[in-house]
Ligand binder design. Structure first.
Ligand code: FES
Length: 236
């Protein structure tokens, strides 16, 4: 097998290691592909569909599709960007995202991507689904109004024995993320902070304090998402 795979993204020649996924290869070649569920260090699950690209004519998720020799990837064009905008709009109408009152405003990847793709009024009707807020745990608040079911918390927030503190509950359009009662009660402030950090939206917030950094001085207030390829700027 050749040690290097040659392919193009939007006509730009790129190289990657065999087995690399398109998303990682794009980053390594200085190209931004938007994501919400992907997170460095865990296996991609392809749940948000925001990284969708057109590969040799087919729509595929960049986070789960390996590069191949001669592959032609279409990423940053009107069709792909409108598709991404539609996904973002769907997330906004399906959840209850009240950005001006959200502690994560300015640090929220969904909000930052909505700005990037210039979302105005969503083309889909708002659902206003009733969602619960679970503030019963000593070190974190779980606000399901803002959850986008990216599964990052399920995959990444583990206790010292590797047990998942967050899990999916129910199925289909009833699916929701819940916090394990026992592990939620025992969760350290550090793990709660980490959970809030990896949550791309404001669904997980650490107790006891909030709004320590004023709105206007937060991560995406200073540098809009996708402006450069700083090793996935969503993870800063
Ligand atoms: Fe690829 Fe979410 S980042 S589907």
């Amino acid at each position: 097998m050749s040690p290097t795979v040659h392919f193009t993204i939007d006509g730009q020649p790129c190289q990657a290691k065999p087995g690399d996924k398109i998303l990682q290869a794009a980053r390594d070649n200085g190209i931004f592909i938007p994501t919400l569920c992907d997170y460095e260090g865990v296996k991609p699950v392809g749940s948000c569909r925001l990284c969708t690209v057109r590969v040799n004519g087919r729509l595929l998720t960049a986070c789960t599709t390996p590069v191949a020799e001669g592959m032609e990837v279409e990423n940053d064009n009107a069709e792909m960007n409108d598709l991404r905008k539609a996904v973002i709009e769907l997330l906004f109408v399906e959840g209850n995202h009240f950005c001006p009152a959200c502690e994560k405003s300015g640090n929220c990847e969904l909000q930052a991507l909505a700005y990037k793709y210039q979302m105005m009024v969503p083309r889909f009707p708002y659902q206003f689904n009733p969602r619960e807020v679970d503030a019963s745990h000593p070190n974190l608040i779980h606000d399901r109004n803002r959850c986008i079911l990216c599964k990052r918390c399920v995959r990444l927030v583990l206790d010292e024995k590797g047990r998942q503190a967050f899990t999916f509950n129910k199925r289909g359009n009833k699916v929701t993320v819940v916090v394990d009662k026992e592990l939620g009660a025992k969760m350290t402030p550090e793990l709660a902070q980490y959970a809030a950090h990896i949550c791309p939206v404001g669904a997980i917030l650490p107790k006891p304090s909030g709004f320590e950094t004023p709105i206007g001085e937060r991560r995406f207030d200073k540098k809009p998402i996708g402006l450069d390829n700083a090793k996935i700027d969503t993870h800063a």
